[in-house]
Design a protein around this ligand. Structure first.
Ligand code: V47
Length: 352
């Protein structure tokens, strides 16, 4: 049996999965594309969304982060609740169906601030999808409020959160994690939070930050931990490999990923994570061009219009103003795929 068939059979050792990286890109791409086409044909999903980042003041220090206010980015801010609600209302008027709220861990503003942002948006916009707060924030909210993470998640639902984004996952390997984001939510707790969220009947995403100091085995380990929780709960909608952006941060990385390594990682994720429905080539960190190529290597989603992006653009990504809807649609079409606007839970809204 060849290696890919062995992996697909589910009966394999950890080292077998790491060996996938030794295969030729085209071989991986062919296998990943077969899975992609079986699930989605030539459809590529996107959504019309708006990112809101309420504050960049953070008690944690993640070395890869260029968004939080620090010596390299000395512009601390905290939006007030009305400002957040206004951003959501304006975005809704322009067609956004989802707001994606992620904040730095600002202890000054208090627990209720975060919940009130969601309540405020929900009150004004009853039918917008609110994707809010990573497991890292949930863990921080729990420290801030003295509530346990389960109570925080229950409060989030009461406030109006519909789903959770996949951030804060970074790399689950504890040794690497300790070097890049010591003090942030542990890998164990990250999974406990998502497991409980799924138990509450809600969906979430899961990311992986790669291309910094991790190695291939760390990435495989990361994916296999995701696969294991997905087998238990089925609650992940999408896996999102985030390519590390190098500017304005404190992580000293000498070698950067080749396009081939990025595509291999996307293809391997499609092969290993057959139980996670969607693989998102997030155009912000993959770049637009490579995201379009990635459609051929297992990816069936490239995120959305975003309107304003602050976390990755602070670290060098060309994404600060989001993407024009017509441009996004035409790029997908011109690359030979069928653009499909989806909602946040991957129901199809419009085929272009
Ligand atoms: O967790 C921070 C990453 C994440 C850098 O769920 C960086 O649909 C690259 O999670 N280079 C937040 N990445 C963003 C996120 C996300 C994005 C899009 C869609 C979804 C979703 C989730 O951004 C953080 C961190 O891993 N990040 N700094 C950097 N220098």
């Amino acid at each position: 049996m060849n290696l890919i068939d062995k992996i697909k059979s589910g009966d394999f050792e950890f080292q077998d999965a790491v060996k996938l990286y030794d295969l030729e890109l085209f071989e991986l791409g062919k296998a990943a594309n077969e899975i992609r086409e079986k699930k989605f044909g030539k459809k590529t999903y996107f959504n019309i969304n708006r990112h809101i980042n309420p504050s960049n003041i953070c008690k944690d220090i993640c070395k890869f982060c260029a968004f939080s206010a620090n010596r390299k980015n000395p512009n601390p801010y905290a939006l007030n609740i009305d400002e957040c609600v206004d951003i959501a209302k304006n975005a809704y008027k322009k067609g956004a169906k989802e707001v994606h709220i992620v904040s730095a861990h600002n202890p000054e503003v208090g627990y209720e601030y975060y919940m009130n942002i969601v309540k405020g948006i929900r009150k004004e916009l009853p039918d917008i999808h609110i994707k809010a707060f990573t497991a890292a924030e949930v863990n921080f909210f729990s420290e801030l409020s003295g509530k346990n993470y389960k109570e925080v998640l229950e409060d989030m639902i009461k406030a109006g959160v519909d789903s959770m984004p996949g951030g804060g996952a970074e790399i689950f390997d504890e040794e690497v994690r300790n070097k890049i984001c010591k003090g942030k939510v542990s890998s164990k707790r990250w999974f406990e939070i998502h497991e409980y969220w799924h138990k509450l009947g809600k969906k979430s995403n899961v990311t992986m930050l790669f291309g910094h100091i991790e190695n291939r085995a760390n990435r495989i380990d990361h994916m296999l931990r995701i696969k294991a929780l997905q087998e238990k709960t089925g609650g992940f909608n999408a896996f999102i490999p985030l390519v590390y952006q190098r500017k304005n941060n404190y992580l000293n990385v000498k070698e950067f990923l080749t396009g081939i390594e990025i595509l291999k990682t996307i293809a391997i994720s499609r092969i290993l994570l057959e139980n996670v429905p969607n693989i998102k080539a997030y155009w912000v960190t993959t770049t637009l061009n490579l995201s379009l190529v990635a459609q051929n290597y297992g990816a069936n989603d490239i995120d959305g219009t975003i309107q304003k992006e602050s976390i990755n653009s602070a670290a060098g990504a060309a994404s600060s103003n989001g993407l024009n809807l017509d441009e996004l649609i035409n790029l997908i079409k011109d690359s030979g795929y069928i653009p499909v606007e989806r909602d946040s839970l991957y129901r199809e809204l419009k085929i272009f």
